[in-house]
Design a binder for this molecule. Structure first.
Ligand code: SF4
Ligand code: SF4
Length: 280
């Protein structure tokens, strides 16, 4: 069943028109990376101390779905959609705000990612399983001010880490074998699938700064000083991404959210786990 699920996710990404720029017909995303976490993995409880009590476990989310007292979640299916080369290239030359193609991927590509969440949940339901996307759960909330900065009831990054897709980086993203420039998604289901291994030395080992104290290229890529050797300041980042100028640029680009992603392009981890002196 695992291959069936992977095939369906791949098919949707590679064949659906929603993954294409309407004018150019080129894709937002390349073939997905897919991983599986056990819904009762202890990590999901640990995230309450790492992120906050407001971060919900798969069991808590399931219990609050309609009829959720009648089933137990078994698996969290996660994916990373790597942003296509042409879009990454267009963002490499930017120094303050993202390229038009990047902004469109942030908005319309993410809408497609939402379609994938809905599609997979419906696909599993049609196959006789319970399934839902945490991102669209009625209790999902954004929390703009928390001790760890802006956060929400469900972190796609932390779910992806649990599913073995990558490790965290200095700039607060997730470095997968396909790099750091991607969009993430997940679906919780009672279909039991074997969890993916987490083949990394620790939870930050794909980042050169964390692995061997080198790199730090993302620090200089950030136009507003939101990244330092101490990590990523989510509030400074948010103020840059959602300020008045980005709002006006978003309107000019005809997108609801501009995004940024400068620290995810023209960096050694853009499209791979960077090699350094020390093996990852
Ligand atoms: S650019 Fe370097 S320091 Fe920054 S996240 Fe990537 S590997 Fe880590
Ligand atoms: S940290 Fe935020 S503001 Fe800075 S480059 Fe990355 S996305 Fe842009």
């Amino acid at each position: 069943m695992k291959e069936v699920v992977c095939d369906e996710i791949r098919r949707f990404v590679l064949e659906e028109a929603g993954n294409l720029f309407p004018e150019a017909g080129t894709p937002y995303f390349d073939a997905p990376l897919i991983g599986f976490a056990a819904a009762d993995d202890a990590l999901f409880s640990e995230y309450k101390s790492v992120i906050g009590e407001f971060h919900l476990t798969p069991a808590e989310l399931t219990a609050q779905t309609e009829g959720g007292d009648g089933w137990r979640p078994r698996t969290v299916i996660c994916w990373a959609l790597p942003i296509a080369l042409e879009i990454r290239e267009s963002n490499r030359g930017e120094t303050l705000y993202p390229s038009r193609a990047w902004a469109h991927t942030r908005s319309h590509g993410e809408s497609f990612n939402g379609s994938l969440r809905r599609h997979l949940a419906a696909y599993l339901s049609n196959a006789g399983y319970h399934a839902f996307a945490p991102q669209f759960h009625p209790v999902w909330r954004e929390y703009p001010e928390t001790p760890v900065g802006p956060a929400s009831s469900w972190s796609e990054r932390h779910a992806a880490y649990a599913a073995g897709l990558g490790t965290f980086s200095l700039n607060d993203a997730l470095i997968t074998p396909g790099g750091i420039a991607h969009r993430l998604g997940s679906v919780i289901t009672d279909l039991q699938l074997a969890p993916s291994p987490r083949p990394y030395r620790n939870h930050t080992s794909n980042c050169l700064f964390h692995r061997e104290g080198t790199c730090g290229v993302c620090i200089d890529r950030c136009p507003v000083g939101a990244i330092s050797k101490n990590g990523h300041d989510k509030r400074i980042c948010r103020d840059h991404v959602y300020g008045t100028i980005p709002k006006a640029m978003g309107e000019a680009y005809n997108v609801p959210a501009l995004g940024c992603g400068l620290c995810q392009t023209k960096v050694p981890c853009e499209s791979c786990i960077p090699q350094g002196k020390i093996a990852g």
